[in-house]
Design a protein around this ligand. Structure first.
Ligand code: GNR
Ligand code: NI
Length: 172
């Protein structure tokens, strides 16, 4: 397994629309293994393939707290089938926008269908942090990053902050 670099805004690759996976193969699983290792190294609670530059509809997630045992989830070709009307707000962050946090409103429950690590179909209702995170990750598959929901001023500030940080890093 390999930790791969995570792309940050304003990299245009993050705006690409990811494509469905035809079949869950060993190659798909190798990519998911790399994504999980990259996510843990960051560290983060979710990662979409496009964040490491791969435009495929693949997401990994682990919502377990530090002390808990891992709760790894893999999603291939996820689709939201239903959402409830109620919204919930959450202070979101993103590995592609490091050190920026802001509130985003999203449906508090979603009915999700996807293929798991073995290519088996799973359909389930998600709520709480799980609902927030899967919607955040599925936005990445459509080229959307959470700062796209903020005002232009906040979004521009966030991008500038990331660029400044990356410039400082590259000088070290
Ligand atoms: O690590 C992450 N934390 C997080 C916190 C609140 C809402 C969404 C997230 S996902 C983020 C990792 C990431 O950028 N996934 O795309
Ligand atoms: Ni993100």
């Amino acid at each position: 397994m390999t930790v791969r670099p995570i792309l940050t805004v304003p990299n245009p690759i993050l705006k690409q629309i990811s494509k469905p996976v035809e079949k869950v193969t060993d190659n798909t699983r190798r990519l998911m293994d790399d994504m999980l290792e990259t996510m843990y190294a960051a560290p983060g609670i979710g990662l979409a393939a496009i964040q490491i530059g791969v435009p495929s509809n693949i997401i990994v997630m682990d919502l377990a707290r530090d002390e808990e045992k891992p709760k790894v989830k893999y999603f291939v070709n996820p689709e939201i089938l239903e959402v409830v009307e109620n919204l919930s707000t959450y202070e979101e962050g993103c590995l592609s926008v490091p050190d920026v946090f802001d509130t985003v409103e999203r449906p508090e429950k979603v009915k999700l269908t996807y293929l798991d690590y073995n290519g088996k179909r799973v359909t389930e209702w998600c709520e709480g942090l799980y609902a927030t995170c899967i919607q955040h990750e599925m936005d990445h598959l459509k080229g959307v990053v959470f700062i796209d929901y903020l005002s232009r001023l906040k979004r521009d500030r966030a991008v500038k902050k990331v660029q400044k940080f990356n410039k400082l890093k590259s000088e070290n």
